[in-house]
Design a protein around this ligand. Structure first.
Ligand code: RIB
Ligand code: CA
Length: 312
């Protein structure tokens, strides 16, 4: 089987960790490196999480590259209320045996330039690293075979604000740069990712009984988000936002995309990070934004089955 070379750009975070597990458990993908960016947790915390996870999964040979520790322009925001201060919920990761390999932006620029048209970037955190790639060497993102981005909300409400999804809210200027980069983009927004989730019962019945190091990590990692949902009076669930973006690389047929004219709000007080979609149906010279493929429909059952099979 021809494996597909990918680079993951992450802000580990619990669902980022699940996305890394899915990628490493899928023989269709060749993970060339894991980049980290400030997002769910500060950069250093997320980088240690990526390293510790690779140690836990016995994949210390996968290189980790640390990226931006601040958004392009706005003040940093984190999501520790969801992922815990450590970013890994209640899970404890081993000390990494290997140092960070290098700078994420440099790695992305070099690798995309050396292998044009071959590499799929899967970005599941704020897009600061990808925007810095484009600033450093304009046109580089167009050298990716595809750039799959978990981010945004089209018809769905936001999660960080009523209208903005976290990855785009945490660095709206970076999201704007990537959307307008001319890269072969596939956006996987909350409209798709909210269709794939695991309940506390799923974790208790399908994952906890496995009693492996990896399954215990997952059980421990989701405890913070379950506690948050209980505090909100909601059923404890974990959305598989980031794993679905990896799923789009493994089995694209499980998602159906629409080409939508979108732009990103970079100045609004109430709307910062919002994806504004022009659905007026006007002829193209009058439309707002740029045409981007957005995954809006998911074969939920097939993805969940693939996910649970692959991560363990
Ligand atoms: O809105 C969901 C996204 O924000 C996911 O990538 C999650 O890890 C957080 O970064
Ligand atoms: Ca993430």
């Amino acid at each position: 089987m021809n494996t597909q070379p990918i680079i993951l750009d992450t802000d580990p975070g619990v669902d980022d960790a699940l996305a890394i597990m899915l990628a490493l458990g899928s023989s269709e993908l060749n993970v060339m490196g894991i980049c980290t960016v400030s997002g769910n947790v500060p950069l250093n915390t997320g980088t240690r999480n990526a390293q510790g996870l690779l140690q836990l999964l016995d994949c210390p040979e996968i290189p980790v590259f640390a990226g931006a520790d601040l958004p392009l322009k706005r003040d940093p925001v984190f999501a520790t209320e969801v992922h815990g201060e450590s970013g890994m919920g209640q899970a404890v990761l081993p000390e990494p045996s290997r140092d960070v390999k290098g700078d994420a932006v440099e790695f992305l620029v070099q690798t995309l330039s050396d292998q044009p048209g071959e590499i799929t970037i899967i970005a599941v955190g704020p897009l600061t690293n990808l925007a810095l790639v484009e600033q450093r060497q304009p046109g580089t993102l167009q050298k990716a075979k595809q750039v799959i981005v978990m981010g945004g909300a089209i018809a769905e409400t936001g999660n960080s604000t009523p209208v903005a999804e976290f990855n785009f809210y945490a660095d709206p200027h970076a999201a704007h740069t990537v959307v307008h980069s001319g890269a072969a983009l596939l956006i996987v927004p909350l409209d798709a990712t909210r269709q794939v989730k695991l309940s506390e019962t799923d974790i208790e019945n399908q994952i906890a009984p496995m009693k492996t190091v990896a399954s215990q990590f997952v059980v421990d990692a989701v405890q913070n988000v379950f506690a948050l949902y209980r505090q909100l009076g909601r059923e404890p669930i974990v959305y598989l936002h980031d794993p679905l973006a990896v799923g789009a690389a493994i089995a694209p047929e499980l998602l159906r995309a629409e080409t939508l004219y979108i732009d990103i709000e970079t100045t609004g007080d109430l709307t910062l990070g919002q994806v504004v979609t022009d659905r007026r149906g006007l002829p193209s010279p009058y439309r707002l934004g740029t045409p981007v493929d957005c995954a809006m429909h998911v074969n939920t059952e097939a993805f969940l089955s693939l996910f649970l099979k692959r991560i363990f």
